[in-house]
Write a protein that binds this ligand. Structure first.
Ligand code: NAD
Ligand code: TYD
Length: 356
């Protein structure tokens, strides 16, 4: 048996592939374009593992996807591939439209053709699992109830709008063509292999480098945080037992303000790798110009997944963030390999224009 994972060299995809191969003897075909966010170092522990077949390519390359489906005959496809960073979507939305919308559409078309050729028992078992985000639901006021699966879609950034469009296409391919789909909408992930353009790894990396810790606006925006391996276990569970056509919200019940997150990271670094001058890392915090259209609060109600499929996160925020900070301390080479010219150009582009 084989599964096809797209975007499996990125943060969550790579964690998923590693997790999958630790739990299963099924082969994983991993289709990834290797954009700036794709990194084969994330998968270096799989060198020589014949259960992992890596293919560099685009989910929007129909001929390639059709060939891979014919050749490997996967019993499931898990679509992680996406442009994923809100700030990049503000600076340049085109790639988000190309991959998240057009790419997902082309992938769905290829899958629609593929499943037509499946025998009825294979079709019964086949699943297309689309990995999405809570950001499609928009922004919550402080006292509003957390997002359920029935919350209206109100995306506010080019990123979340492009993910919302992909979710709608996936839904439509189920309703119109009977494609056996599952969709997961997850809150903010954190953990190993997280690209240091995102809040938590950026703060760890900048703190250790003695650089400013850029907090957008007042730092009171709220996100719900989930340790990435818990997201992987949720996806495995939904793939295994989710009802076709259903949407499952995935979250960690960990609502935190950005400022709380930054202070937690600083406190852990004070303990695990104190500054040479004895000063606390939080002295490096710098309030900078806010992100345009910045969503104030996300919160996920993950009760459906718990009630129907018995899933719960294994990590608390306290255990997960400690593991994460320790991972970055132990994997400085991984960080250094990422800090290429392209990464530095991004940092310059995103932060130089923000007034402290
Ligand atoms: P990421 O940016 O770290 O990785 C994305 C991966 O997709 C990269 O390896 C990249 O090379 C690959 N990719 C991009 N365009 C491609 C294309 N056209 N064809 C093939 N591969 C392509 O993203 P991530 O944080 O790992 O997110 C994975 C998925 O999970 C995304 O769909 C994202 O929307 C969703 N998600 C992320 C979070 C989060 O907190 N990071 C939360 C909820 C949902
Ligand atoms: P991010 O990790 O980009 O995830 P998302 O925007 O998808 O939730 O950002 C998380 C929060 O942290 C978000 O409210 C923006 C904020 N943030 C900062 O304050 N400073 C930063 O340098 C970055 C990258 C994010």
């Amino acid at each position: 048996m084989t599964i096809l994972v797209t975007g499996g060299a990125g943060f969550i995809g790579a964690n998923f592939v590693l997790d999958w191969l630790a739990h299963s003897d099924e082969t994983v075909v991993n289709l990834d374009k290797l954009t700036y966010a794709g990194n084969l170092d994330n998968l270096s522990s799989l060198t020589g593992n014949t259960q992992h077949v890596f293919v560099q390519g685009d989910i929007g390359d129909s001929a390639l996807v059709e060939r891979l489906l014919e050749e490997h005959r996967p019993r499931a496809i898990l679509n992680f591939a996406a442009e994923s960073h809100v700030d990049r979507s503000i600076h340049g939305p085109q790639a988000f439209i190309d991959t998240n919308i057009v790419g997902t559409f082309r992938l769905l078309e290829a899958v629609r053709a593929y499943v037509k050729g499946l025998a009825s028992d294979s079709l019964q078992a086949f699943r297309f699992l689309h990995v999405s985000t809570d950001e499609v639901y928009g922004s919550l006021a402080k006292d509003e109830a957390a997002f359920t699966e029935r919350h209206a879609y109100e995306p506010n950034s080019p990123y979340s709008a492009s993910k919302a469009a992909s979710d709608h296409l996936v839904r439509a391919y189920h309703h119109t063509y009977g494609l056996p789909v599952l969709t997961t909408n997850c809150s903010n992930n954190y953990g190993p292999y997280h690209f240091p353009e995102k809040l938590i790894p950026l703060m760890i990396v900048n703190a250790l480098a003695g650089e400013a810790l850029p907090v957008y606006g007042d730092g009171q925006q709220i996100r719900d945080w989930l340790y990435v391996k818990d997201h992987c276990s949720a996806i495995r569970r939904v793939l295994e037992a989710g009802s076709v056509g259903e949407v499952y919200n995935v979250g960690g019940w960990n609502e935190k303000t950005n400022l709380e997150i930054v202070h937690t990271v600083c406190a852990l670094l004070d303990e695990l790798r104190p500054r040479a001058d004895g000063q606390p890392y939080h002295a490096q915090i710098s309030y900078v110009t806010d992100r345009p259209g910045h969503d104030r609060r996300y919160a996920i109600d993950a009760r459906k997944l718990e009630r129907e499929l018995g899933w719960k996160p294994a990590e608390t925020f306290e255990t997960g963030i400690r593991k994460t900070v320790q991972w970055y301390l132990d994997n400085q080479d991984w960080v250094r390999n990422i800090q290429s010219g392209a990464y530095r150009e991004w940092v310059e582009k995103n932060y130089a224009g923000r007034r402290a």
